[in-house]
Design a protein around this ligand. Sequence first.
Ligand code: KG4
Ligand code: ZN
Length: 328
Amino acid sequence: MALILAIETSCDDTSAAVVNTDYQVLSNVVSSQEKTHSQYGGIVPELASRMHYEAIDTITHRALEQAQVKLDDIDAVAVTSCPGLVGSLLVGVNFAKGLAWSAGKPLIAVHHIEGHLLAPLIEHRLNFPFLSCVISGGHTSIYRANGFGDYQQLSRTIDDAAGEAFDKVSKMMGFSYPGGPVIDKLAQQGEVGIKFTTPRIKNNPMDFSFSGIKTAVLTYLRNHPDVNFADVAASFQETVAKYIVYRAAELCRQNGVSLLAFSGGVSANSALRRIASQLQTQGITTCFSSLPYCTDNAAMIGIAAIYRYKKADFAQHLNINASASTAL
Ligand code: KG4
Ligand code: ZN
C-alpha cells in the first residue's frame, strides 16, 4: 500500500493531507483564511496567496506529523493544479513541485472538481456509475461519473455558483462571509413563506441559474425593510435546495442512475440534506460526506490522485502549471 501527500490551495483554505491507496485518510489539516476575508466581505485574491505562502510549510509538516510518517515514507505528492484563483494555486503547485523534485517523488496534478467529485469515496463505498452534484462557492455542476477519470457534465450553472448565491444573499442582509453557514443557521429560526422562483434555462433545461433568485431577494429586501431576515433566509434556502435536489433527481431518472452523491461546501446545507433524504422513496440513494470533506480539503485531492498513482500517470515536475480553467 502506497502513501500520497496531497496539497490543496485553490481558494482560501491551505490544506495538506496524507492518504493511502486503500482510500484511508491518515491526516487532513486545513488552515482557513475565513476570518481575514470576512473583514472584506469576500475573498481578496492577493491576501489569499500571501496567506497560503505563509502557512503551507507548517500545514504540510503538521499533516505528516499527524499521519505519523516522514517525507521519506511518502510515495507520491499530489497537488491541485486547477481550477481556482491562479495566485493561490501557484503557491501549492510550486511548493509541491519543489518538494517532490527535491525528495525524488513523483508528482500528480489533480483537478479540484475531480477532488470534490470523488470525496464521497473517503467515507463510502460507491459503485460506478453515479451522479455527482458538485455545489461549492465556485462551481455548480452535475456529472455522471462512469469510472475513474470518466466524467460527463450533465448540468452546470450559466451564471453564479450556488455557494456564491448564499454568500451574496448573506452580504445583502449585512452578514459575514462565507454566507452559507450563516444563512443555514438563521434559517432554523425562520418560516418558509416568501415565494422566490428559479428559472428553467431555454437552451439546456437542466442547467442552473442563480442570478435571478439573488436579484429577487434583493428586490424583496428593498420592498420590505421590516422583514424578518430569518424568514428570508429560510425561504431562499428552501428554494435553492429544492432547485438543486429536484434537478439532480430528474437527471438520475433520465440517466437510469439510482446513486446520487453530493459534494462541495453547499452540500453541508441542512435543508438540502433534508430534501435529498426524501429521494429514497423515489428509489434514489443519496450520499453525503461529513462536513470536513464537503468544504475544500486536501484529503479529497489525495483520494482523486490514487487511480492516477496506480496507473503511474505522473506529471513532469517542471512542466505542470496552475490554471483557472474549469473544464474537467
Ligand atoms: O467547497 P468550498 O469550501 O469551496 C469552493 O470550492 O468554493 O465551498 C465554499 C462555499 C461557500 O460559498 C459557502 O458559503 C458555502 O460553500 N457553504 C454553504 C454551507 N457551508 C458552506 N452553503 C450553504 N449551506 C451551508 N451550510
Ligand atoms: Zn472546492
